[in-house]
Ligand binder design. Structure first.
Ligand SMILES: Nc1ncnc2c1ncn2[C@@H]1O[C@H](COP(=O)(O)OP(=O)(O)OP(=O)(O)O)[C@@H](O)[C@H]1O
Ligand SMILES: [Mg+2]
Length: 393
C-alpha cells in the first residue's frame, strides 16, 4: 500500500492515568495485570502499546467493551490527551511536535469530533449550531451560512435550519452534530459512539446516512462503537480492543473467518452474520452462461452438459440479459418462440458489494438464483437462495 494512503498512523501508543507511570511501566514489563497495578500504585493503564494505521477515505471502526480504552485512543488522535508514550502521525507528521498554531490548525481543519452527547448549544437554532465552528474561525456571515446550509442539506435536515435544538429528536440532533463537524470540512471525522443513544430504527437510518456522506465527501472516519454489528456494517477495517490492548485489526471478512482469539470469536458470534458478508463472498460462477447470439441450441447443450434447467444469457460484452429456462429453450428451438420472447428479462440483480442483509428480501422472492452484475451490468456471478440462507448460519 502506498504510504500516502495512510492518513493517520499510531505507533506504540500508551496512555496511563496516575502519578507513578514509570513504576507502572516496570510492572507491565513484569507481566503484572492492570488491576494489580491500579490496586498497588493507583495508575490506570488505559491504552497499552497500541499501533494501527488508518487509510484515507475509509472508515476505521474501533470496538471493545466498556473501559477497554477506545475513547482514550481517540482523544490521543486530536491531542485532547497527550500520549504517555508512543506516537501519532498525521500525514507523516508527529502531532506532538506541532507548534501551538499547527495544533490549532490541525484541530480546526483536519480533524473534527462528533460526540454521543451531541454537545450542541440549546439557545441556538440548527443553522447557528452548524455555522458555529466557521463563526469562531472568523468567517463572514454570508459565507458561513451558505456552507452551513449545504451541510444541513447533506444530513437531510432541509427546512429545519431555523428550528431550536430543544425541539429536535435525538436522531435529528445527531444529524446537526454531524453537519457541524462537516462544516469545517475536516479530512477526518472522529465519532465516539455517535449513535448509541438512538433507538434502533433511527440508528439504522443514521448508519445509512453516514455511509452515504462518507461516499459523497470521501472523508476518513474513525468510528467508535461497542456494537459489533455496527462496526462490521460501517468499518472497512475493524480494530478490536480489550483491556487497553489492540487484539486484532482486520477487515470484517478476515476477522470473522480468522478471529485472533476467543475474545474476538465471542464478539463475532454475537454479530449478525448478514452484516459481515457481502454478495462477493458467497456468489458462484454461473454453471450455464450463454451468449444470446449462440441461440437456443447452444443453451440447451450447455444445460444438458451441466445438468441444470436454466441458462444465464449474456450479450457480446457479457452484459446480463436474462434467463432462458429449459422449457422455453425447447420452444425457441422448435420456432414456436423467438429468443427474445423466450427469455425471462427484467429480473432483479445485485452487485458484489451488496451486504447479504440487503439481499435477503430479494432472495426470498426470487424464483432463480440472482444475477450479480458490476456497474457495467456485466455478469459476475450468481447467488442462490441457499447460499444466502446458508451464510446466515
Ligand atoms: N481522565 C481519566 N482519568 C483516570 N482514568 C481514566 C480517565 N479517562 C479514562 N480513564 C480510565 O481509562 C480506562 C479506559 O477508558 P475509556 O474511556 O478510554 O474506555 P472506553 O473503551 O471508551 O469505554 P466506554 O465504552 O465505557 O466509553 C478506564 O478504566 C477508565 O476508567
Ligand atoms: Mg468511551
Amino acid at each position: 500500500m502506498n504510504d500516502n494512503n495512510i492518513i493517520l498512523k499510531v505507533e506504540h501508543l500508551t496512555k496511563m492515568f496516575g502519578i507513578k507511570k514509570a513504576a507502572a511501566r516496570e510492572m507491565l514489563k513484569k507481566g503484572m495485570s492492570k488491576e494489580e497495578i491500579l490496586k498497588q500504585i493507583e495508575v490506570t493503564v488505559a491504552v497499552d502499546d497500541v499501533s494501527f494505521e488508518v487509510e484515507r477515505g475509509k472508515i476505521f471502526a474501533l470496538i471493545g467493551l466498556s473501559g477497554s480504552g477506545k475513547s482514550t485512543v481517540v482523544r490521543c488522535l486530536n491531542m485532547l490527551q497527550p500520549p504517555t508514550s508512543g506516537k501519532v502521525y498525521f500525514e507523516g507528521n508527529d502531532i506532538e511536535k506541532y507548534s501551538k498554531d499547527e495544533l490549532r490548525n490541525y484541530r480546526r481543519h483536519k480533524i473534527s469530533m462528533v460526540f454521543q452527547s451531541f454537545g450542541l448549544m440549546s439557545h441556538r437554532d440548527v443553522l447557528g449550531n452548524v455555522a458555529y465552528g466557521l463563526e469562531i474561525r472568523g468567517i463572514g456571515k454570508k459565507e458561513r451560512e451558505e456552507k452551513a446550509m449545504e451541510m444541513i442539506s447533506m444530513v437531510g435536515l432541509d427546512g429545519w435550519e431555523n428550528t431550536h435544538i430543544d425541539s429536535l429528536s435525538g436522531g435529528m440532533r445527531q444529524r446537526v452534530g454531524i453537519a457541524r463537524a462537516l462544516a469545517n470540512d475536516p479530512d477526518i471525522l472522529l465519532m465516539d459512539e455517535p449513535f448509541s443513544a438512538l433507538d434502533p430504527l433511527v440508528r439504522r437510518e443514521m448508519q445509512f446516512e453516514l455511509l452515504s456522506i462518507q461516499e459523497n465527501l470521501n472523508k476518513t472516519v474513525v468510528f467508535i462503537t461497542h456494537d459489533i454489528d455496527e462496526a462490521f456494517k460501517l468499518g472497512n477495517t475493524v480494530a478490536i480492543m480489550r483491556d487497553g490492548k489492540l487484539i486484532q485489526t482486520a477487515t470484517p471478512e478476515e476477522m470473522s473467518s480468522n478471529p485472533a482469539d476467543d475474545y474476538v470469536r465471542d464478539f463475532i458470534n454475537s454479530a449478525d452474520k448478514s452484516q459481515i458478508y457481502s454478495v462477493k463472498n458467497i456468489m458462484q460462477t454461473p454453471s450455464c452462461m450463454v451468449h444470446a447470439r449462440n441461440g437456443a441450441n447452444q443453451a440447451l447443450k450447455q444445460m444438458r452438459d451441466n445438468g441444470v434447467s436454466s441458462a444465464y444469457i449474456v450479450g457480446d460484452k457479457l452484459q446480463f440479459i436474462g434467463i432462458l429456462t429449459l422449457e422455453q429453450a425447447l420452444k425457441v428451438r422448435s420456432g414456436e418462440l423467438s429468443m427474445e420472447d423466450g427469455m425471462i428479462t427484467g429480473l432483479p440483480t445485485t452487485t458484489p458489494d451488496t451486504h447479504i442483509s440487503d439481499l435477503i428480501p430479494i432472495a426470498a422472492e426470487a424464483p432463480y438464483p440472482i444475477a450479480v452484475v458490476d456497474e457495467k451490468n456485466q455478469l459476475k456471478g450468481i447467488v442462490s437462495k441457499a447460499a444466502v440462507l446458508g451464510s446466515l448460519i
